[in-house]
Ligand binder design. Structure first.
Ligand SMILES: [Zn+2]
Ligand SMILES: [Zn+2]
Ligand SMILES: [Zn+2]
Length: 347
């Protein structure tokens, strides 16, 4: 998946003041962006009304609140991730650190790296452990923010809530572990206070989510062999093979107009491996071979069709390209579809 992001705004520029800047080690540098970022987090919790009692009794969140929740969460992520990069070295927030100039940094006048770029640098240069799940949620969030600016918000409210909860949960811990220790005492105390309140709201929604997951697991136990992980919310709640189209995630209600698009996103976000072939049962090009995990069998080893939901137990190895494939019982040449087509093309 490619995520293009804007870079405008919310760059952690140093505070203009009399104190010497950047002559001293990181511990002496002040980071007002952290307070700013945590303030955004509080705004997200308010817009999503996270502190309220769940469930919402069918009350949908107002689209305007959802919109500002996405914008402010993305702003918070940018500010906070980049504040940690600045601790490492100020040049790392430049899109191209090789051309970084200190006066431009101090003026806040430069093109900064993307959120995805910041995550990469935090992992590779600063040695900060950022799990794949939060990284994925951050990428989804960045995509929504971009789409929002051009087309308005197209993601369903529950998907925004779930992704926002995952990102909030990550950012609260990130501020606590990575940013607070380097802040001067009074600043750290103020940020810590704000964090406590956001953290309480996040726990409120995460316990609600946990309760829903439990209920859903129960509801879906009869289709456990064709329920896969949703590529948006990471819950085991995407039931394949339902005659009803569009496909939708039973947890976050993200919908896909057809199985091909659901498979594409699943492939990009969840597995990034395995071959796709025509399904011998329904003939659609939506059978992912030996790469799908289901609720019944979570290790990613099943061969499942995203259209009809058939789980093919038997796979063979293509005698030409050696890839695994599901043989069609009617015409088994020992070759996968690609190699059969290739052989046909040669004649
Ligand atoms: Zn979902
Ligand atoms: Zn099929
Ligand atoms: Zn082959």
């Amino acid at each position: 998946m490619t995520v293009s992001e804007g870079n405008e705004g919310d760059v952690p520029a140093p505070r203009s003041g009399d104190e010497p800047k950047f002559e001293t080690p990181a511990a002496h540098v002040d980071f007002p962006p952290v307070r700013n970022g945590v303030d955004y987090l509080g705004s997200v919790a308010d817009h999503l009304n996270l502190g309220q009692a769940y469930p919402r009794d069918g009350q949908e969140l107002n689209p305007r609140h959802l919109k500002y929740a996405v914008l402010h969460l993305q702003a918070a992520a940018e500010v906070l991730l980049k504040a940690r990069l600045v601790q490492e070295h100020w040049s790392l927030v430049f899109k191209d650190p090789g051309t970084a100039k200190r006066d431009r940094f101090e003026a806040g006048d430069f093109e900064s790296c993307t959120t995805t770029g910041a995550i990469g640098r935090l992992r590779d240069i600063a040695g900060v452990a950022i799990g794949d799940k939060p990284a994925k949620s951050l990428a989804i969030l960045a995509k929504w923010r971009n789409r929002l600016q051009h087309y308005g918000l197209t993601a369903p409210a529950p998907a925004v809530e779930v992704t926002a909860a995952q990102v909030l949960d990550f950012l609260v811990a990130f501020v606590h572990d990575e940013l607070l220790p380097a802040l001067p005492g009074p600043e750290a105390a103020a940020v810590a206070d704000d964090l406590v309140s956001v953290g309480a709201d996040v726990r409120c929604i995460t316990s609600y989510i946990a309760a829903r997951v439990k209920r859903l697991t129960d509801e879906l136990k009869d289709v456990a062999d064709r329920t896969v992980m949703c590529p948006v919310c990471d819950q085991w709640a995407l039931v394949l093979g339902n005659p009803a189209i569009p496909l939708d995630c039973r947890f976050c209600h993200t919908t896909w107009p057809n199985a091909v698009l659901a498979l594409e996103q699943y492939y990009n976000n969840v597995v990034m491996d395995g071959n796709v072939q025509d399904c011998p049962t329904c003939t659609q090009h939506t059978l992912l071979v030996e790469a799908v995990g289901t609720t019944a069998s979570p290790e990613a080893s099943r061969s499942l069709c995203f259209c009809c939901g058939t789980d093919f137990a038997v796979t063979a190895q293509c005698s030409d390209c050696y890839n695994a494939f599901v043989p069609d019982p009617d015409e088994d040449y020992g070759l996968c579809g690609n190699c059969i087509n290739g052989a046909v093309d040669r004649f």
